[in-house]
Write a protein that binds this ligand. Structure first.
Ligand SMILES: *Cc1c(COP(=O)(O)O)cnc(C)c1O
Length: 383
């Protein structure tokens, strides 16, 4: 069988001739960075998700860092996130000297539990927490409207980590379809353009927001805090001011050109991801568990996670058959760094139970029917 020789990873980028041509054209243009492709990508991305502003950065981790800074996170302030995410969702709080608090996940959706978050907030005095960073895990949109209502009661900001979910959406209580990253109910949303994610730029990220003030601050911080606007003095045409301690978190024009052509294919890719998910669900229903799809939600399916009792054995078994599954994620509070700073994970039972069983099987638009049948057969043969 052909598949026995080819490795099937859990995720893979899809680059076509159009992408290659866009990059070459940019290489032959006047600007490799700080040129017109960046704002073109930003405008197209903002309009794709339905947000007022999009600010491109060199990766989503930098995006998360700038987002907490733009929201004014101060040393010692406390922010809630999910333990089942990539470490960066929590690390951004640490960069700014804040404290990370984890609330448990929902057993069925694997997303940060609204109930657990509310319980955690209400167990502390008013004003104890500053913000919440929910994650659209595996591509399943968090119901940010519900989180907004909770956040408003306690005066908290919300950063939606939408790295898994460009193209995902949910229906709010008024029946309106809310696309991930449109910031209808969050202050800012974050996307990643790492090649395992939907849109591949090599490295890259985007912050979306509807706030003019936040967008301005993000742009200032991503480029050293240097600006030619609102200067206190002006010595001439060359003059600029460094008004804040910023960073170099810029995306290049080369990456932006690739982002533009990749973005054009995203809807098609998410559609294909949903076809693949339907076929997995049909094959596995009643035999093993997978992520729930709440009514009105459209999952962007960065990942397809199944839960199995003998997870390690399945992982090893699939590897011997050249299926490179992956585990998403080791709970962040159990990572040595977070253990050392004293996070007691005893109350995060759902996250720890989930981690014992979870395994991500191949999910990417160019996965062929033949390859998917092969994966399904191997999983079924194992269980
Ligand atoms: C990938 C990812 C990030 C970080 O993205 P980079 O672009 O690699 O920095 C942050 N949060 C989540 C949930 C991710 O999956």
């Amino acid at each position: 069988m052909k598949q026995e020789e080819n490795i099937i990873p859990y995720g893979r980028q899809h680059i076509d001739e159009k992408d290659v041509r866009a990059v070459i054209e940019t290489l032959n243009s006047d600007f490799l960075t700080q040129g017109p492709k960046i704002s073109e990508f930003e405008q197209k991305f903002a309009s794709y998700v339905g947000a007022k502003h999009a600010v491109a950065v060199n990766n989503a981790t930098a995006g998360l860092h700038l987002a907490v800074l733009a929201l004014g996170l101060q040393k010692g302030q406390k922010v809630i996130t999910t333990p089942i995410t990539f470490a960066a969702s929590a690390n951004c709080v640490r960069y700014a000297g804040g404290e990370v608090w984890f609330a448990d996940i929902d057993k069925k959706t694997y997303n940060l539990s609204l109930v657990a978050t509310k319980k955690l907030i209400e167990s502390k005095p008013k004003g104890f927490f500053t913000g919440i960073i929910p994650v659209d895990f595996a591509g399943l949109p968090v119901n940010t409207e519900e989180f907004r209502n909770l956040a408003n009661e306690h005066n908290l900001w919300i950063i939606e980590d939408a790295c898994h979910a460009p193209g995902g959406s949910f229906q709010d209580s008024k029946g309106v379809i809310q696309k991930c990253g449109n910031c209808a109910y969050s202050d800012m949303s974050i996307f990643s353009f790492h090649p395992v994610k939907h849109i591949a730029c090599g490295e890259g990220g985007m912050i979306t927001t509807n706030s003019d003030q936040h967008a301005k601050k993000l742009r200032l911080l991503r480029s050293h805090g240097i600006t030619k606007e609102n200067m206190t003095v002006n010595h001439g045409g060359w003059f600029y001011e460094m008004q804040e301690l910023g960073f170099n978190y810029r995306l290049t024009d080369i990456q932006s050109a690739l982002g533009i052509t990749q973005l054009l294919k995203n809807d098609e890719g998410v559609k294909r991801r949903n076809e693949i998910a339907s076929k997995y669900k049909e094959a596995f229903r009643g035999k093993l568990s997978f992520q729930d799809l709440p009514e009105g939600h459209y999952n962007a399916h960065h990942l397809f996670v199944i839960e199995v009792e003998k997870r390690k054995e399945l992982y090893d078994f699939l590897r011997t058959h050249n299926i490179f599954a992956q585990i998403h994620y080791i709970p962040v509070h159990t990572l040595p760094y977070y253990k050392q700073i004293g996070y007691d994970g005893a109350a995060l039972k759902n996250a720890e139970d989930y981690y014992k069983k979870c395994i991500s099987i191949p999910m990417f638009p160019s996965l062929t029917d033949e390859e998917q049948d092969y994966v399904i057969n191997k999983v079924l043969a194992f269980i």
